[in-house]
Each structure stands twice: as structure tokens, then as C-alpha cells.
Design a protein around this ligand. Structure first.
Ligand SMILES: [Mn+2]
Length: 420
């Protein structure tokens, strides 16, 4: 078997609108609008620069089933660039772009194989005129693909390097839709050499014998997808030994930052710390623009200033101006203030007055985890009985109730404890 190399990418999400972040952050709108396309173009550039034998794309090429024209054209053009260099491409579709919703009205070069949704197909790939790899794959038929697709794959070419291309939830990843479910064990016993998976947006290597790999999305799509995103370049030697290297492709990087106000005495102190945090984010982003979510937390003397109704908006405005002047820029998507007053509330709760009693009640309720809905129900029964409001109250998750209780406690504190 001749040695060869390929690039494994997944979850391109071409045309993702980034959940409307651009409309809240106009200065970043242009970069966001083109981010998934730029990352894809870097993917094609990488295939060309590294002269790999083929490209694998494991589903969610398009962000939505309606596939914008720009997304279709840019995907086709990228694959045409590869075709001109003699690089083949193998593509399976996933839950964001199932085949049922798409009749192909754009033609792809002959070097591109789009896997159908009907059955697992296997394509042999020759390197220097000799068969080297067998690439098998199947696409999602519809968005919520219930078929355990991994079970349909057959390792029928043991003399070749066998690759299974699949969009699926492997190992019950709880933060992703349970589509095309399979276990790591299923894939280990399949007889394949490399499972090229897609669906999970953070890169993960679930096994190395055989290789079971999620390369992650090529561009983080939200603050939940912080850090570097890209693809794996995979080199296979004559003896089938397999070496992976990760290449970042993202156009911009998501990062969240927690800033503690503890020990900060003045607004100047806070300004200095915030500026330092932005600098650090920029320095660790490999020269890319950053989209950031900042949270101010902790207990300190600035509490009085930060609890002012317009504080978050004023600070956000200030921080945005500063971040946008950086090169590359740091765009602040959101700034949240969750600070506490500069007092020990449990000690304050020992005092024999109304605020003391209230703080004791709160700590008693919080001490029994999960009891909050039950304790609140009798007090709030009229609200819950309200035909419209009651329904939405029932959907508040317990963690949010804890936060609401904390917010309510601070409001009571502010009202009952005059500033010194
Ligand atoms: Mn996806």
C-alpha cells in the first residue's frame, strides 16, 4: 500500500448567521458574515499547499436545509479548485443539511463524491495507480436521522486502509442531538482503520486503534464554541501507521472572560484590569479577531457603582470602543455584571433585624439543593395559576431559580441596607 495523506474536516456550517450576533455588534458584522466562507477557503488552501490526496467532509456542510446560494456556490467553487489540482473530495451530509430537503441543482466536478442517503457506498482511492484506501459513507436522509447508521458499514477491503465517513452522535454526547447514535465500542469492532466523524463541534479523538475522530467545526459558531477550530491532516504510512496534525482555520475566535472586582477600589482600577484582560485575549488568539463575552464577578467596594442601572451599558460601550481600536480587534458581544456587595452576607444574616431575617431565610432555602421550586410554589401559587404566565414559569430550570433568588436577595439588600 502506497503512503498517502488526506484532510478530515466536518461541520463547515457555510452561511451560518451566528444567531444574529452581527446585528448586536455592527462593527463585527462583516467578519461574521464571511467567517464560515473564509474558514472553508483556508481549508481548500491547506489541501492545495499540503498536496493531500483527498479531502473528507463529514456532514453539516451547509448551516441550514435551505442552503443559501452563496453557500452552494462557494462550496462548489472550493471543490473545483481541488479538482483542478487532482484532489478528490468525499462528502456526507448531516442533520443541518439532510438530503431530503435538497435536490442538487448545482453540478460538482467528477472528482467529488457526494454520499447518498439510501445505503452505505464504498469508493476505492488509488495512489500512484495502486488502490490504497476504501472510503465508505452515507448521508442523513432527514434532520432527525434515527437510523443507527454505523451498523450499516461493512469492512470489505481489509487489504486497503478503510475509512468510514459518518455524521453521528458517538458515545452519547449529551450536548449534541442524538442522531445516528452509535457507541465507541461499535466503531472499534467495525474493522475500519479510521472513522471520520462529524457532528460534535469541539475536536475530540475518541480512539486511536482504530482512529475515531471528531475534527470539530472549522469556525466556532458561538461563545459555547470557544478556542481554536480547524481540521486534521492525516498521514498514513505503508504499514498503516497514522499520524494526525491539527490545523486551525477559523477566521475569528470566541472567548469568554471572567473579571473579578475583588480588591479593586476605583473605576480606574477596573478600567486597567479590563484593558489587561482584553489584551490577554487578543494575545492568545493566534492573530485573529476575538468575539468575547465578559462577566464581572466577585465581591468588592465597586459594588455600589456597578449596581447602577446603566452601569453594564456604560461599561460595555466603553469596553467596545477600546476593543475595536485594537489590532486585531476584540469585539465584546455581551457584558454581564454579577458582583456582590463588599460584606459577608452570612455574617450580616446574624443580625436581628428585617434584613438579617431575610438573609437567614434565603440561606435556609438555598441549603437544601433542589428544594427551591417546591418552596416557591406555595408562595407563587397565584402566579402559577395564571393561564398565560403560569406556563412560562414552569419552564424555569432549577439553576435559573438559584440565580433569580440571588438577584432578588441583592435587590432586597440594596433596598434595606442604606449605603454607608
Ligand atoms: Mn454541526
Amino acid at each position: 500500500m502506497n503512503p498517502f495523506s488526506f484532510i478530515h474536516a466536518a461541520d463547515l456550517h457555510l452561511g451560518s448567521p451566528f444567531k444574529g450576533v452581527g446585528s448586536r455588534l455592527p462593527s463585527a458584522a462583516g467578519a461574521l458574515h464571511s467567517a464560515t466562507f473564509d474558514a472553508f477557503s483556508r481549508l481548500v488552501d491547506l489541501c492545495l499547499a499540503e498536496k493531500v490526496d483527498f479531502l473528507l467532509v463529514s456532514g453539516d456542510v451547509f448551516d441550514s436545509a435551505d442552503r443559501s446560494l452563496r453557500a452552494q456556490l462557494s462550496f462548489r467553487n472550493g471543490l473545483s479548485r481541488l479538482s483542478e489540482a487532482g484532489i478528490r473530495a468525499f462528502v456526507a451530509f448531516g442533520n443541518h443539511d439532510p438530503l431530503e430537503a435538497w435536490s442538487t441543482r448545482i453540478s460538482f466536478p467528477e472528482t467529488v463524491h457526494l454520499f447518498s442517503a439510501d445505503k452505505v457506498e464504498t469508493v476505492l482511492v488509488s495512489v500512484d495507480g495502486t488502490p490504497a484506501a476504501a472510503v465508505s459513507g452515507i448521508s442523513f436522509r432527514n434532520r432527525e436521522e434515527p437510523r443507527p447508521l454505523a451498523g450499516l458499514y461493512r469492512a470489505e477491503h481489509p487489504d486497503l486502509y478503510q475509512i468510514g465517513l459518518l455524521h453521528c452522535n458517538c458515545g452519547g454526547q449529551s450536548d449534541h442531538g442524538a442522531y445516528a447514535p452509535c457507541s465507541v465500542e461499535d466503531l472499534k469492532q467495525s474493522g475500519f482503520d479510521y472513522w471520520a466523524l462529524g457532528h460534535v463541534h469541539q475536536r475530540k479523538i475518541l480512539g486511536t486503534s482504530p482512529h475515531i475522530v471528531y475534527p470539530g467545526c472549522i469556525q466556532g459558531l458561538s461563545i459555547r464554541e470557544a478556542g481554536a477550530h480547524g481540521c486534521y491532516q492525516v498521514s498514513v504510512a505503508e504499514d498503516r501507521s497514522t499520524v494526525l496534525s491539527f490545523h486551525p482555520l477559523d477566521r475569528l475566535r470566541w472567548q469568554s472572560a471572567d473579571i473579578s472586582v475583588s480588591g479593586l477600589e476605583t473605576l480606574d482600577d477596573l478600567d486597567r484590569v479590563m484593558a489587561g484582560t482584553l489584551d490577554k485575549m487578543r494575545e492568545t488568539a493566534d492573530g485573529r479577531p476575538v468575539v468575547s463575552r465578559v462577566r464581572l464577578a466577585g465581591r468588592g467596594p465597586l459594588y455600589g457603582l456597578l449596581k447602577q442601572p446603566a452601569a453594564a451599558e456604560d461599561l460595555l460601550d466603553h469596553l467596545r470602543r477600546f476593543g475595536e481600536q485594537q489590532s486585531p480587534p476584540v469585539w465584546i458581544e455581551h457584558l454581564g455584571i454579577e458582583c456582590l456587595p463588599d460584606v459577608d452576607l452570612s455574617r450580616r444574616g446574624a443580625m436581628d433585624d428585617l434584613l438579617g431575617q431575610l438573609l437567614r431565610n434565603v440561606s435556609e432555602i438555598s441549603a437544601v439543593r433542589g428544594s427551591l421550586p417546591e418552596r416557591l410554589m406555595p408562595v407563587l401559587k397565584d402566579l402559577y395559576a395564571h393561564p398565560g404566565l403560569g406556563r412560562s414559569l414552569e419552564t424555569i430550570p432549577p439553576d435559573d431559580l438559584d440565580r433569580l433568588l440571588q438577584d432578588a436577595t441583592l435587590i432586597c439588600y440594596d433596598l434595606l441596607e442604606p449605603e454607608p
